[in-house]
Design a protein around this ligand. Sequence first.
Ligand code: AMP
Length: 856
Amino acid sequence: MHNKLTTSTYNIDSVPVPPVYSVCRYPLGMTGGQILDEDISASSQWSESTAARYGRLDFDDGDGDGAWCPNIMAETDAGGPKDFLQVDLRSLHFITLVGTQGRHADGMGNEFAQRYRIKYSRDGSRWVAWHDRKGRQVIEGNMNAYDVVLKDLEPPIIARFVRFMPITDHSMIVCMRVELYGCEWLDGLVSYSAPAGQEMTYRGLDVHLNDSVYDGSMGLHMEEGLGQLTDGTWGLDDFLHSHVYGVWPGYDYVGWTNESFPKGYVEMTFEFDRVRNFTSMKVHCNNMFSRGVRMFRQASCYFRTSELDWESQPVSLRLPVDQVSQSARFITVPLGDRMASAIKCRFAFNEAWMMISEVAFQSAGTAVYNTSPTPRKHDPIHKVDESNTRILIGCLVAIIVILLAIIVIILWRQVWQKMLEKASRRMLDDELSARLAIQTQAFSFHHSSQSSGEGSNSTYERIFPLCSSDYQEPSRLIRKLPEFAQSTEELGTSSSSRPPQACGSDGAPHYAEADIVSLQEGTTGSNTYSITAVNMSLLSGKDTAMREFPRDKLTFKEKLGEGQFGEVHLCEAEGMQDIVEKDLSEEVNDRSNEVEGSDDTPILVAVKTLREDANKNARNDFLKEIRIMSRLRDPNIVSLLAVCVESDPLCMITEYMENGDLNQFLSSHQLDEVEEIQSSDKATVSNLMSMATQVASGMKYLSSLNFVHRDLATRNCLVGKNYTIKIADFGMSRNLYRGDYYRIQGRAVLPIRWMSWESILLGKFTMASDVWAFGVTLWEILTLCEEQPYSQFSDEQVIENTGEFFRDQGKQVYLPRPACCPDAVYSSLMLGCWRRNAKQRPTFQEIYSQLGESQE
Ligand code: AMP
């Protein structure tokens, strides 16, 4: 038994709050996959590959043909389009925005819906055609097959089922991909019924106080619908004006005159989805008493739990008459925690007119307005009193303190990291060695508490790019990255601005160790790292077993440098000719003759040694580099001559490149403007172009084997006599140029300034991404490596710029034309290497020819 509540107090919330409309705009899961395939259906489909489940905006998993396309031969209803794509959201949602897109399918498709309609339903049986506030049902859709077009639904929809109905003329195939935006409708209100709003005449002005967006049946009484009272926007103080542009006076309010209600009240019934425990109701009322309008004098609400009769005891709230403020306001009517699935409220007149613009309910565990799928940040209705203000201030202070603490921690970490770096390069190597375990948020910069611990245990770990196991199967990667639907093989265009994930959505890290082992064992599975199954089979035909060289025949001369595996030394090798195969020895003999003048004299070689404390992964990588290099034979690839692997430390003996790496070499040179004059520390443009041509030639050879280098840069090219350039370093990274690599999650490092957008964002390494890196290498060569690419950008900014390359909205920043770079080389070659669509980038064959031509 409930007590009748009679009270003379009331709560008024007149603080302006943002309409729910502006905050409730979350994608509901067509793109993100939260909406399941089984909940997407259609009236018809052109073929199985254009079934409803392919109608997801910005999503193309490569399975289907890239969108939902109805069978346009199907009959058309007399009343309008028949074809529809239906989305079942499984529960009521407040939908404020829709997005549509056509079928692009990487340039294979060009179908889209120029116009469409929307129908919706809350129960799956009664369907309502959506129309805007001016009664127009047709929504302007897409103008091309790829751009996403977003349309605000004004008024918003409260529904579980939504149908997109393309308008076709039957001469055109239409295809659609769609998304819905909004949030869950936690209010639970399914419909309200009330006497139809009336018309007022104010100083000769017709003031229409009807519920113009009500979606139920209309007559003298409104039944079974929702409308302006639940549209998330509420009226202004002056009821003659409206938030909405170009509508009639009184638009925001539903109003009644007491002349039409002899009993002195307006009765409204609210039906809910289930029995709820109601705490309060908020009613937004006008109170412009100077124009004959006042908020209600009393509200009495009755409750019903099922189809049974209304409970006899109402809950009532009596309001004092406000003679002072004419502000429109929310009035909170306490509902006394009554259980009900329907509420009937009688609002008693206090003046000639009563006007309401919004009604909302609070039941236990739910919010009044449904502004967010997560705990709400913006409650549109706030009761502001002193205690609330204090709580608010307290919260703000707490937030500021937390922010300050975070800033201090970040600064402290930075200082600490710098100190560590200075302390010992070796220690840093160890730290860098932590295995890359990228989770789904690859580019979140938060610190992993495990990283330092893991790093300190190991002496080396290869630098490993994102999701390497996806390297050979882009389609598989894309399936894991639904938001990259359009970025399958090559994306022509896309207007999606969603920030992308770098790894598979399953969150499983792809460890380097597994990949390296599989490669080392000679498997041809898809998990290889920098050499594909194709490479392996191509190369395995010439599997040259590397000759073991007796260590005691090596005489160390000087240290040449230090790489990720250990030190590189210049050595004299005695009797090298005897053990190198004929084809190799010819080349070596030529050089040794050049150097030493006789076959018998020791030749100079470079010896790369694996450091003694190297861990298993480093050892495997070292062996892998040996294996790869042993199979490469090209004048512009550094030759591996022999190895010492029968005992530790492991060594690889390569040809000696007198002038060290190309980066150091160029940085120590100046550009000679006058081509004829040459001195040892000057380089001419034609020298530079010839160097670039040699790099292109080496890469042309690698590409003929389908070999992807992944780390092409001047630091990884070596310089011999007479500006001879050879590509080296098949181990992906080196420490000397640590600043060229970017650290993700404090754990893995990537040469992001040389990497294509798809390598960074999708973990996809191909010949075309090597071409991208070549463009950057060419830029380095023509700038004489004076500065790092994008030196003015921080690593984070480089990643942001990568996002711009992906979005392709003209905001991406390209490396500028180096001063000595011919216009044609820059515009067609360099910029060509950085085309967004990888298929449009030149091949190494083309680059090589073009560079040749530019030098003629
Ligand atoms: P790496 O371990 O390949 O990264 O090499 C480390 C450094 O050793 C390079 O930056 C070069 O300066 C030097 N270096 C490596 N290989 C050779 C070589 N074959 N000839 C001359 N210098 C080399």
